[in-house]
Design a protein around this ligand. Structure first.
Ligand code: 5GP
Length: 186
């Protein structure tokens, strides 16, 4: 028996509010070939989020311990909270030949580029800035100062589009997810 070929790592990035998690959950429901990494975060759990599904919610102390122990493949601070990708499950899945998808912000995507030059970096872009602004304000779960910080961050993130291998415009979640599935499928 031959060993499975190491699979490719795909990163989906783009500004918060662009709909990355909707695209990923559509893909999860429609394309079972792909394994989606569950990140750890120190941000508070939002209503409806299940621990271990959307994220693993951890304390700042636990997060710092994971960083110190080298347990995270990449990590970033975003709008005052920490986020990171647990290293071991990603490596296990890739070694087993399973395509892996990370849904992370731009700084994490840059770290992955350094670690794994073969990784495919996909940028999910909004149809327009006005549409992104509407989506960020419309979520209704965050305070005005959190929204203002996210808008400022989103402007910076949009400028990073040219660093990515592929750009998908999120005009429809189903279309964007299918495009992403085709890119991962090679
Ligand atoms: P949210 O708090 O809205 O769920 O996520 C905020 C941002 O953090 C989003 O852009 C999301 O893609 C990103 N993010 C989620 N998990 C990770 C991770 O493990 N690493 C990095 N670098 N960013 C992440």
């Amino acid at each position: 028996m031959t060993a499975p070929t190491r699979s490719r790592l795909t990163v989906l990035s783009g500004p918060a509010g662009v709909g990355k998690s909707s695209v990923v959950s559509y893909l999860r429901d429609h394309d079972p070939r792909i394994w989606h990494s569950v990140s750890v975060t120190t941000r508070p759990q939002r209503p409806g989020e299940v621990d271990g599904v959307a994220y693993r919610f951890v304390s700042v102390e636990d997060f710092e311990r994971m960083v110190a122990d080298g347990e995270l493949l990449e990590q970033a601070q975003y709008a005052g909270n920490f986020y990171g990708t647990p290293r071991a499950p990603v490596q296990q899945m890739l070694a087993a030949g399973v395509p892996v998808l990370l849904e992370i912000e731009i700084h994490g995507a840059r770290q992955i580029r350094q670690i794994d030059p073969d990784a495919l970096l996909v940028f999910l872009a909004p149809p327009s800035w006005e549409e992104l602004e509407r989506r960020l304000k419309g979520r209704g779960t965050e305070s005005p100062d959190v929204i203002a910080r996210r808008l400022a961050q989103a402007r910076t993130e949009l400028a990073a589009e040219s660093e990515f291998d592929e750009v998908i415009v999120n005009t429809s979640v189903a279309d964007a997810a299918q495009q992403l599935g085709r890119l991962i499928g090679g």
